[in-house]
Design a protein around this ligand. Sequence first.
Ligand code: TNX
Length: 538
Amino acid sequence: MKNSILLKTAIVLLGLTALIACQEKRKPINFPTTDLAMENMIPKPVKVIPTHTAFGLDQNTVIYTSQTEKGFVEVGQFLADKIKDKTQLRIPVNNTGEAQVDRIIYINQSDSTDLATDEAYQLYITQDSLILNAKTAEGAFRGVQTIQQIIPEVSNDTLVEHPMWLIPTGKIMDSPNFEYRGSMLDVARHFFSVEDVKKYIDLLAYYKYNVLHLHLSDDQGWRIEIKSWPKLTEIGGSTEVGGESGGFYTQEEYKELVAYAAKNFITIVPEIDMPGHTNAASVSYPILNGNGKTPQLYEGTHVGFSTFDTRKDTVYAFIDDVVREISELTPGPYFHIGGDESHVTKKNDYIYFVNRVEKIVEKHGKRMIGWDEVANADVSSNSVSQFWASEKNAQTAVAKGMKVILSPAKKAYLDMQYDLESKHGLHWAGYIPVDTAYVWTPERYAQGLPLENILGIEAPLWSETISNISELEYLAFPRAIGYAELGWTLEENRDWENYKVRLANQAPFLERMEVNYYPSTLIDWKKGKNTYTEILKD
Ligand code: TNX
């Protein structure tokens, strides 16, 4: 098996080498000494072995991909598009009719046992070829992010007569630390458009995130069309915090988001928060309400005052419809039921509710996630608990054999202010400067939470204090970049002093992407160029 793959790769490479050899010989390029290990990759890969010369990306470079395995051609096209955005070069994909081919990028499906998981990849970079090996298109996609990051932001045309982007040569072996690497957007407190969410997905994908959790309902708004209960969006979708106009995704728009995320190998996790945080639903359909008051539209920021009536069958018929409609639109394995801060639901009612809703989620083919409180119900070991505040709840989850997602508010909440001067954000869990966000160890953060129970990490962005994409970016960046590294990179390869330099060098990318990141003074931001360009200048 392995031999036949090696043979296949060898044949393709021989063919391509012959193709290159047939071309008119060009003046050899005197490449500068490079160091692949000094590149500003985030997340840092498992292993980088530099060979100190360079692969020149230019107009005579082509991309070839495995064509039999699903998704590889699309990943090749994705890379070509990103190269175009960054360099203006139009690199052909699987086009054998090129007049002049000097170098190749080959995206290869491989069943090598060195590729331990679907997301693992290897890069072999020499002067004339850049080979990306992965078992699946997903692994190839993660590897393509690394390729993007090692293409310098600016070209060097002093070495050759045309612009060339010099990529350091060497070997990279890489695979993720945790299988779940997520961020959450609260589109309920303030609504964010499809375009805004797509931009966030682009940025997450670049840093190898694989999950976007959408908080689709809360007291202040219901954000997804449910055909069988239309007033949810008609009434419940009309408001948001601060009296602005709200909004919601039609099912078509939600599908568009799911498809866009899938192209970026990101799984959408939809959340309908209940039995608390349900005021918008109860205003739309008062029969759902269980707090004894007449529900009214709410645009403030208090929590914990609303609850469904957990003892009414209509409530479960409603939830069945909602979970069914959303699950049908969501290919990913998870459905998030919220379950946090149900302060006006009696404990027994809460447990009864979570027990019943878990069954509904399972009936519709999904695996339940809930905020850490859900572990107090009689939940199945297949369900997942999202640790945000209570270590005790995390331990209860472990005792029930559940997996846990780490989102400790004190470390991982993107809506906490950076410091006293931060324009947006809250500080109930503390201030989270860029170093605090990075310098903690998810592997050993909570007492009594063994590594085998940790599914991964997630950085939630609650939106009480932000109402547009620029404010969203101010809170998310640069901290979300650090969480990407905590999720992907092995503990032994993480180090603040080293990370801080690599982060400083993200500035040219963030500026090109027009990301309004918080320019923390802890970081010596490199504007407009990266360190590699500086090496060339010296
Ligand atoms: C707590 S974290 C909440 C949210 C708020 C957030 C603000 C959690 C499960 N619940 O409802 O938006 O704090 O930081």
